[in-house]
Structures are given as structure tokens and as C-alpha cells.
Design a protein around this ligand. Structure first.
Ligand code: CA
Length: 219
């Protein structure tokens, strides 16, 4: 099980990232200060650290410098503001492995995490199988009863979420938050639109509507 340390002082973002990563099969720990970030990184045995730059007691650069100076070589992905090109360059120079620009969609973050994760994920975790569907997380290939289908990035993320929770009902809110991110409009019907598109590609009978509750992938 891969372990991720989330260093983020903004509760809304920390919670969004934690929920998504937990749903994705990762074990997560959240801290909100630079001091904790250094302590946990040095002693925690994490496989990856997500590091916000703006922290209440110090900044992420300082955290990064300190942990690298202590000889900790855990992969670090920094979370940076949209206009922070300079921040990005500085971060990479002082030892970050990658960065994600805020605001980000969960799928972007997940792609960075998978790319930079220290531990090789085993084969059985890179291919999801459910109900005649097969989804390869590494090659991004999806097949239905052995025939390849083309999905957009959002459709892929939606199908991945449903397959990871095969047989469970997922609310629109859960889907929206996971696939569209924390800046989504909660009144949007975008989930329904994408579910319809996905049904056309993978078979309508596979994605059930549970009235008043949400959607469920049937096995
Ligand atoms: Ca912050």
C-alpha cells in the first residue's frame, strides 16, 4: 500500500485531495504546517509527499530544503498557484520532482502522483476489471468484452471511479468532486451528461441509476 503525506493548510483542498487519494487506494496522512511536514517526512516512511508552498509557519521551499538537507529523497510534488511560474522553477531547482498548478482537477493530481510514486505499483493494481470491462491505468487503454473503446480523459476518470467502487452507489456529489475537482458548480448536471456518454461507449446496462442516490457500476 502506497503512503502519501499531504502537506496543505487549506482544509477544503486537503480534504478533497485526501478523499480522492483514499478512493484511489492510497493511504494518506494530512498535516497543515511546515514543522509537521518536516517531522513526518523524515520519520514517516512515505512514498510521496504533496507539498503546498503557502504554509502558516514557513513556506514549502523551506520544508523542501530542510528535508533534502537531511538526506530524505522521497519524491515531492509541489502544489503551486497558477501564476507561480517562478515558484515552479525554484521548487524544481531545490529538489521537487514535479508540480501541480492550483486550481487542479483531481485527475491531473493523480496522474502526477502515479508518475512520481517511488514504489512500483504491482500489475494487479494497474489494471481494473469489472463487469466485462478492463481499464489499464498505465496505458490508459479501456476495453469492453475485449474490444478497445476510446474514452476522453474525463470519461476515463469517471469510469475508473465507478470501477474502483463496483457495486457501490456513488452520489453525483462524490463523482463531481472526484472527477471535476473542488471548484465545481454543485448544481451542474455535467455528471449526468458524462454518464450518458459513457453508457453509449461501454453499454448502458453497466451503469445503473439509483433514483435519488446516484450511480452504480454493476459487476
Ligand atoms: Ca496554503
Amino acid at each position: 500500500m502506497s503512503r502519501i503525506l499531504i502537506v496543505e493548510d487549506e482544509e477544503r483542498i486537503a480534504s478533497f485531495v485526501r478523499k480522492g487519494l483514499t478512493a484511489g487506494g492510497f493511504t494518506t496522512t494530512v498535516v497543515g504546517t511546515g514543522a509537521e511536514a518536516v517531522d513526518y517526512t523524515v520519520t514517516g516512511g512515505f512514498d510521496l509527499v504533496l507539498l503546498d508552498l503557502g504554509l502558516p509557519d514557513t513556506d514549502g521551499f523551506d520544508v523542501l530544503r530542510r528535508i533534502r538537507k537531511l538526506g530524505v529523497d522521497v519524491p515531492v510534488v509541489i502544489l503551486t498557484a497558477r501564476d507561480g511560474v517562478h515558484d515552479t522553477v525554484t521548487g524544481l531547482e531545490i529538489g521537487a520532482d514535479d508540480y501541480v498548478t492550483k486550481p487542479f482537477r483531481f485527475e491531473e493530481l493523480l496522474a502526477r502522483v502515479r508518475l512520481r510514486m517511488r514504489t512500483e505499483r504491482t500489475a494487479d493494481l494497474t489494471v481494473l476489471d469489472a463487469g466485462g470491462l478492463s481499464l489499464d491505468l498505465r496505458t490508459r487503454r479501456v476495453s469492453v468484452e475485449g474490444s478497445t473503446v476510446d474514452l476522453t480523459a474525463r470519461e476515463f476518470a469517471l469510469l475508473e471511479l465507478l470501477m474502483r467502487h463496483e457495486g457501490q452507489v456513488l452520489s453525483r456529489q462524490q463523482v463531481l468532486s472526484h472527477v471535476w475537482g473542488y471548484d465545481h458548480d454543485p448544481g451542474s448536471n455535467v455528471v449526468d451528461v458524462f454518464v450518458r456518454a459513457l453508457r453509449r461507449k461501454v453499454g448502458a446496462e453497466r451503469i445503473r441509476t439509483v433514483r435519488g442516490m446516484g450511480y452504480r457500476l454493476t459487476g
